[in-house]
Design a protein around this ligand. Structure first.
Ligand code: NAP
Ligand code: ZN
Ligand code: ZN
Length: 350
């Protein structure tokens, strides 16, 4: 084991502070990574603040990790020292169940092991995430980062990127489809960029009129202010797919009215009870509400390669780890343009 520096919270009301954690020694199939950048996902905040219950402390968040390979185990074949790699939301799964065999490790029947607050089968206790100097991860869960992309702007692809890419692919978004992305934050801005790169006609659906110009720069063809009832009426029954990234429970009925017959709204944001949905919102138009959780490892690599080919990266605001608590407040206030990424050098030199 080695002791390293990390940033974590001791309970749900505490600020994040520097702490020491242990990492396991490199085993046969392991890759040890020096973390250079880590994105700040809204899920990090939900977890620290125990919004979803079942809190485990100390929590060291971070599942949008980019770094350099420092060391590999004797049975590792895909990576070598010096490679630029990524780690997303999972670091393990059973690899034997039906979903695992279908490259859907996120739905592993034994439960996938989260990059943080998952069950650590090596050291006991729970896993610690990417707000740390290094991480040791089994080869299967390590991704290869395209060298032509800006490494710090790649970090958010490991969660925000795959979480939006996977449903766009699963629901077969194609050239000319009208796709609405609801909520312009970390996930939303990747949703716009990826749907645009797939050739869709993208409409940004936002509560923040002041984000309209940015939405267009990011690739939206149109902007719809969800609080404006007249504008919402004009777009009724016109969308092929809606991607809902709103991070809290809310009224989804006004959004369902926007869907075409037989079309789907995919929920990726609110992992908590929603306000009551009116049956008529679905019945009239044979509409569907679905959900989606990140993506499997194979699809995550496919997403990174797609981004390499189409030059898609996140719009990032770089921070030092010492400013993480202020960044959290800004994310909660929808004031993020459009993903905070921590320069982990600030932890190494602290
Ligand atoms: P974020 O950066 O905070 O963005 C969320 C955006 O939603 C905000 O910028 C805001 O955009 C809009 N919004 C916020 N509160 C709202 C409200 N009450 N009503 C309507 N719109 C509201 O968050 P994120 O990092 O993108 O994450 C979004 C959610 O996805 C989080 O809950 C996170 O835990 C979850 N998540 C899920 C998965 C998955 O696999 N399913 C993966 C990662 C994250 P506007 O200003 O444009 O309205
Ligand atoms: Zn995330
Ligand atoms: Zn499994």
């Amino acid at each position: 084991m080695s002791t390293i520096k990390a940033y974590g919270a001791q309970d749900k009301d505490a600020d994040l502070k520097q702490i020491d954690i242990e990492r396991r020694e490199v085993k046969d199939k392991d890759v040890k990574i020096q973390i250079t950048y880590c994105g700040v996902c809204h899920s990090d905040i939900h977890t620290v603040r125990n919004d979803w219950g079942g809190g485990k402390y100390p929590v060291v968040p971070g599942h949008e990790i980019v770094g350099k390979v420092m060391e590999v185990g004797s049975k590792v074949s895909s990576f070598k020292e010096g490679d630029l790699v990524g780690v997303g939301c999972m670091v393990d799964s059973c690899r034997e169940c039906d979903p695992c065999k279908k490259d859907l490790e996120q739905f592993c029947e034994s439960g996938m092991v989260g990059t943080y607050n998952g069950k650590d089968k090596h050291l006991g206790g729970h896993t610690f995430g990417g707000y740390a100097e290094t991480i040791v991860v089994e080869e299967h869960f390590v991704l290869s980062v395209p060298e032509n992309l800006d490494a710090k702007a790649v970090a958010p692809l490991l969660c925000a990127g795959i979480t939006t890419y996977s449903p766009l692919r699963h629901w077969n978004v194609k050239e000319g489809d009208k796709v609405g992305v609801i909520g312009l934050g970390g996930l939303g801005h990747m949703g716009i960029k990826l749907a645009h790169a797939m050739g869709a006609n993208v409409v940004m659906i936002t509560t923040s009129p002041d984000k309209a110009e940015d939405a267009k720069r990011l690739g939206a063809d149109e902007v719809l202010i969800s609080k404006n009832k007249e504008e919402m009426k004009k777009h009724r029954n016109s969308f092929d797919l809606l991607l809902n990234t709103v991070p809290v429970g809310h009224d989804i009925n006004p959004y369902l009215a926007l869907l075409k017959i037989d079309s789907t709204m995919v929920m990726v944001g609110a992992i908590e009870p929603l306000e009551p949905m009116h049956g008529g919102s679905l019945i009239s138009g044979r509409k569907r509400v679905a959900g989606s959780l990140i993506g499997g490892i194979k699809e995550t690599q496919e997403m990174l390669d797609f981004c390499g080919k189409h030059n898609v990266v996140s719009d990032v605001e770089m921070i030092d780890i010492q400013n993480i608590n202020t960044a959290y407040e800004r994310v909660v206030n929808s004031d993020v343009k459009y993903r905070f990424v921590i320069d982990m050098e600030s932890l190494r030199t602290a």
